[in-house]
Design a protein around this ligand. Structure first.
Ligand code: ADP
Ligand code: 5GP
Length: 184
């Protein structure tokens, strides 16, 4: 059965602005659906439990993997992250466009199974800007920021595998660029 909705994947270094962009996109295009990932990472203090993510134990996550309940998953920053399959597949069948905000490895796994998915890579204007955004967000220790910065270099090296690279210099401009592409 052909899917009717589009799968829109947003990746990029931690701190590049993916979450902020998704928030702005759904404000302006309320017909878009954002998939909620499942993770073993503990909630941050400003994260309402089970709103931004479904927070689960490692045993619960591994059971979801075994039962083929995840469309894709990856292990990074010492935790598992994955996309619940049923919700996404149901929404696509209903004709909804679904956004996945996931890392590069997960995005490329999804592209293999859904070749028509639209891959967006979001990047900050510079390494310094990325560091400043992570620092300002205040959710990670300096050590964890450094781990995220190191991973950002690996992710940036794969941006040529994406359909669209979006420079998140001005939020307004970046969101506008993505909206223009989606509306084409
Ligand atoms: P990600 O989801 O990619 O990890 P966030 O959306 O959490 O990144 O953004 C990281 C920080 O950068 C947040 O504090 C956010 O407010 C800020 N930010 C996002 N986009 C911009 C921008 N264009 N200019 C300046 N700061 C931004
Ligand atoms: P954070 O811990 O900052 O919320 O997310 C860390 C990284 O995990 C980000 O790059 C984010 O895109 C990625 N991520 C979040 N959810 C998923 C998911 O469901 N699958 C994969 N593969 N990565 C995810």
């Amino acid at each position: 059965m052909a899917n009717k909705g589009r799968l829109i994947i947003i990746s990029g270094p931690s701190g590049a602005g993916k979450g902020t962009i998704c928030y702005e996109l759904i404000k302006r295009m309320p017909e878009l659906i954002v998939s909620r990932s499942v993770t073993t990472r503990p909630p941050r203090t400003n994260e309402q439990k089970n709103r931004s993510y479904l927070f689960v134990s490692q045993a619960e996550f591994l059971s979801m993997v075994q039962n083929n309940e995840l469309l894709e998953y990856d292990h990074h920053f010492e935790h598992f992250y994955g996309t619940p399959r049923k919700f996404v597949e149901d929404m696509l069948k209903f004709g909804k466009d679904v956004i996945l905000e996931i890392d590069v490895k997960g995005a490329l796994q999804v592209k293999q199974n859904f070749p028509d998915s639209m891959l967006f890579f979001v990047e900050a204007p510079s390494e310094q800007a990325l560091y400043d955004r992570l620092k300002k967000r205040g959710t990670e220790t300096e050590e964890k920021i450094q781990i995220r910065m190191a991973r950002s270099r690996l992710e940036l090296a794969q941006k040529n595998k994406y359909d669209y690279c979006i420079l998140n210099d001005s939020l307004e401009r970046a969101v506008g660029e993505i909206m223009d592409i989606l509306k084409k």
